[in-house]
Design a binder for this molecule. Sequence first.
Ligand code: NAD
Length: 505
Amino acid sequence: MTFEANIEKAGEALARFRRETLPHFIAGKHDPGRSGKSFPNATPADGTSLGQVAAGSAPDVAAAVSAARDAFTAWAATPGRERRALLHRLADLILARREEIALVESMDTGQAIRFMDKAALRGAENFRFFADKAPEAQNGLSLPADQHLNYTLRQPIGPVAVITPWNTPFMLSTWKIAPALAAGCTVVHKPAEWSPCTALLLAELAFEAGLPGGVLNTVNGLGERTGRALTEHPEIRAVAFVGESRTGSAIQAQGAPTLKRLHFELGGKNPVIVFADADLERALDAVVFMIFSLNGERCTSSSRLLVQQNIHDEFVERISRRISKLRVGHPLDPATEIGPLIHRKHFEKVTGYLDAARAEALDVRNGGGGASAHPDGNYLPPALICGATRENRVAREEIFGPVLTVIPFDDEDEAVQIANDVAYGLAGYIWTQDIGRAHRLARKIEAGMIWINSENNRHLPTPFGGIKASGIGRDGGDWSFDFYMETKNVCVALGTHAIPTLGKA
Ligand code: NAD
């Protein structure tokens, strides 16, 4: 589609959000909330309004949890093959609304349409993948002993909270919600306040697909108020959270009195390590893609480039040339590679890091440009920061924008030391043709996920998650079910063992 056609269609898709306050979705119905309070939402593309959003209060959260609790027993008892059919139907509906979801997501988040075009597709894939596992999810192990038979079974843990961030909200929320529903849990979802639109579409589609009211509920609102109330609610059994590390700490504290089970996917400061013997053309493509796609607002972005000293100047020069040609522009422009950052506050945070780098006398080079950027949007040219060491703030802290920090290294040992010298441990990318070295580094780098000679390539059965300040727990495959289900052991005597006797003498 052309830019003009996208603008026109997005206008139609967004009209409902502009017209009415975006409601919660509780027990199968739109719910305006109990406080009458709302907050504004605007598109980062040009700052214009996307309407008001209902600000969830503690009573709204209580209503959603109560709906999830009431729906739980029946949903948990629904045969896995029926849950599978319903979740496939939901995937079908998502695909039928693929274009609308992409346009709304793009305008709500500022993510370029070339990437958001796949948001619905990936969301549908998430539902299909976990739907197919639903019939087997309760199956456990057989653990026979001499005179007993032990077996395990898994049962859904109960109503759960899913709290998501704003960077790719539709894809991320389906990634958490799909396994929860497939496992037999009911869900209260709190989307990020800066990108609430597609969460409502998802809840509506789930209901339209035939999921009973109360199985998937959405409550909008601010983190410290709505999110807090949800994580403190005694009837929420587990919290699946994706967001910043310090928010994870807050949720851990908030959930402690009610002993919540927690799953955290948090921030990252991921190294991409390029050795002189790498296929430099492919490495260049991957480095540029993994930091400048999705506006650099990506937990697995390769935000630190560790490059071997003897190819440093040449490789950095090649990146500079690429960056100078990156097209920054309106998210609905099909030519756009980097869209506007989500919010003015986030824009200021990212530009603050560029100022900090200049104050530390680092070489900050800006590139890119495009015709469709709007003066009132949060457009930031991509940046390359050279001359950094591991001590600089831009080499240690998560920036979450289109900013790449380059750090040279001499040898393998130094590369590992620099890579591990941060609080985070989400992903690591290694570029070398030396197979032994690639595997040595894969063992030594402190991260939950390693990609060798590859950009971030996802395969749904594999475990996804981080270590250190990047997370607790794993998603994907059966790991997701372990989180959303309780494992129960059943021990049956074969009738042959001696039972200790007391009080018989
Ligand atoms: P955030 O932590 O500010 O907010 C995430 C969600 O938590 C929002 O819905 C917010 O309203 C809610 N929240 C905030 N305070 C809360 C509280 N006290 N109690 C309960 N909920 C609360 O994160 P963000 O700025 O929206 O997202 C960016 C962050 O997410 C980055 O750090 C990024 O790395 C991380 N992220 C991680 C992954 C991953 O898989 N590891 C994926 C995407 C994003």
